[in-house]
Design a protein around this ligand. Structure first.
Ligand SMILES: [Zn+2]
Length: 237
């Protein structure tokens, strides 16, 4: 909570954008903030909270999502709150998306992007352009690495371009008690190492394939809890 508060304070300082004529000192840019963590660490809840706090300050935001777990264009957190969002297509140009809002007379002061690991590298670069040239603040939320512990392309570009990196670690523990950092894909009591990177809404295999958050050591050696019933922390619903 204190981390969230300090972030909001930093945003307050940026919210008073000077008029164009008075920008003689340092150039004003929006900031890109990248909040990353394993599944179930509370990223979507934090995204909704930041959107709420921004809106209360009179700022206007656009909430974007890729491959939300609900299957509908909204941000849904596992604690049950949700908000309508705009689904970003594979080939969507985020600059055009924002400019079309402006053309319609709507303000876009900030963007909230959930599941941002699924953005393409080009789309992350479009976010940087919006921040630099149009002073749009960007809040991205997502998972850094896939089930093989390899970085998602969108996550990689965010690490390269973001102004601020915020690891989100809200009590997601491996079964051994160490902080959970990796999303293991598990089937038949084994950690899978091969397969497609994206398997979010594959309901055909939802019964037999699931994700489990593990510490690095147990991810590396593929050791799951001895009692497979206890840490049923993840499902594909
Ligand atoms: Zn462990």
């Amino acid at each position: 909570m204190s981390e969230t508060r300090s972030i909001i304070d930093a945003t307050d300082a940026l919210s008073s954008v000077p008029a164009a004529g008075s920008r003689r000192c340092a150039p004003q840019t929006g900031r890109i903030r990248w909040y990353f963590g394993p599944m179930d660490c509370g990223k979507s809840t934090l995204a909704l909270q930041i959107d709420h706090n921004q809106a209360r300050q009179g700022r206007h935001g656009l909430v974007l999502v890729r491959h939300d777990r609900s299957g509908r264009p909204q941000i849904s957190s596992r604690i049950g709150i949700s908000r309508q969002a705009t689904e970003v297509a594979d080939d969507a140009d985020l600059r055009l998306l924002v400019r079309s809002r402006w053309a319609a007379g709507l303000r876009v002061d900030y963007l909230v992007v959930d599941e941002a690991q699924f953005l393409s590298a080009e789309q992350v670069e479009q976010l940087a352009e919006l921040a630099d040239d149009s002073q749009v603040d960007v809040y991205c939320f997502g998972i850094a690495t896939d089930f093989r512990s390899r970085m998602f392309p969108g996550a990689r570009r965010l690490f390269e371009l973001a102004d601020e990196l915020h690891p989100v670690q809200v009590e997601v523990l491996c079964w051994c008690g160490l902080p959970g950092r990796f999303n293991a894909r598990v089937s038949g009591g084994r950690v899978l190492r091969e397969g497609d990177t994206v398997m979010v809404a594959d309901t055909d295999h939802a019964d037999e394939v699931r994700y489990q958050v593990l510490c690095r050591r147990h991810f590396r050696i593929g050791e799951l809890a001895e009692d497979p019933v206890s840490p049923q922390q993840l499902s594909l619903t």
